[in-house]
Design a protein around this ligand. Sequence first.
Ligand code: F6P
Length: 521
Amino acid sequence: MSSFPEVAPLDSLACWRSFAQAAQNTPVNPQRLCVLKAGGLLVDTSAQRASPELAQATEALLQARQFETWREHLLTGQVVNLTENRAAWHSALRVPAPSQQVAGERERMLDFVRLADAERKWRNVVHIGIGGSDWGVRLCIAAFGYAGTWRNVRFVSNIDGHAIEGGLAGLDPHETLVVVSSKSFTTSETMQNAHRALEWLKGAGIQNPYNHVVAITANAQAAREWGALPSQTFLFWEWVGGRFSIWSSVALTTALAVGIDTLAGMQAGAHAMDQHFATAPVAENAPVQLAVSGVVNRSVLGYGSLNIAPYDFRLGYLVPYLQQLEMESLGKSVDLNGNAVNVPTGPAVWGMPGTDAQHTFFQWLHQGSDGAPVDFIVCQEANHGWREAHHTHLLANCLAQRQAMLTGKSYEQALQECRAEGHAEEHAQWLAKHRMHTGGRSSNLIVLPRLSPYTLGALLALYEHKVFTQAVIWGINPFDQWGVEYGKVLAKGITQELKGQAPLNGGHDASTRYWVEVFRG
Ligand code: F6P
């Protein structure tokens, strides 16, 4: 156990009650303007609830939750993951002068990439990993390699055999590097897929298939026992949580695809955000302000989800990346004392890049009965040359959707419109009821000057720290995932049963028992 005192139930705190009351009493104000500068990004929180009372209650709440102590412990590598007795020190991977251990492993990894580049080796890379060992790499390569890369990178994550079948199909094994990325080196999806890839290499007559394999892991022993060459095994450490591992050797595939400079750029941007988080006063601290409005939206106003709307085609994988970061971290309902948290915690996170999202589910956000807060993310400048013809439209759509959600359209406005269109009065009154928007729906707008490794790094760190701050307020551990672990154990047992072996985990419910029988054949 840590030296932290007991975490009081939130609703037993007077400051929580003041916080909740202040939030309820403060509607979103369309005339408010609040743009925070953080790590090279602009974070516009204007369309969130804000008042002097809420700001004061926020300060008191953070103090009651010992936010500053937790933050210091996070950023100095002390144990913050109490159920697994670990630090969560991903920030140490992006400081300008990392420890010898970190710098040494990074150099080994970069040397591997430099040599491969110098020799124009590995035309194809098959990256095998799942969750944190996958999403960040996909995100970076889509962000910076959207227009194609010299190396053809394929991702295989799913245990579904069609994934590895498709992932390897058509590739020349002699030109292919298989990257097996797994912190634990025990994840069944990854190990099964890695096994298939090895068979594929062997089947092509490659003498030592391990020459074509790189292992990235925190479990050196398991990788060695599996057969990975030590010279092609790149390590990271227990104190790097799986969902933060894009900052570790897991980024090797990123470097192979979009260049080693990408990594340094991302580290610099993330470090700038770390510093902002560590030092900016609460009112100007972007991750803290995003966290506070997230808690208001979820725990006070009861919104069950958060929509992520990147107005950038290149950031499609940001959605699943943030789903893992937010939902694996905040999908908890027990506090650090083991008591039920008595307010709703982490929202469901979902989304899609705009403008596609506008033609998919935005109607629900505009006029649905529930709605959800939205994080709009956009780059002020594009990297292509069609500003007028494309980027201006993208920017306009982003601003327009946000405005519609914020200011809405009153019945009177809608009626005027309908009359102006020449509808008969009775019809106009009926139609106006369908065309009005309530508005008052909260959102954030996060503006990157341009998509670069630096700004992407800052963006990811912004969300990391937001999530951490929310966990501190809710009093939960954002660094474990016991629910997922339980699912893995059950799946192992059922797999064994389906193969005709003795059950591992005791009995099943009636339906599972039925289907185990059916699937066993
Ligand atoms: O989804 C559960 C999880 O443990 C994640 O936290 C992790 O990113 C993923 O599985 C993959 O784990 P590993 O990198 O150990 O294969």
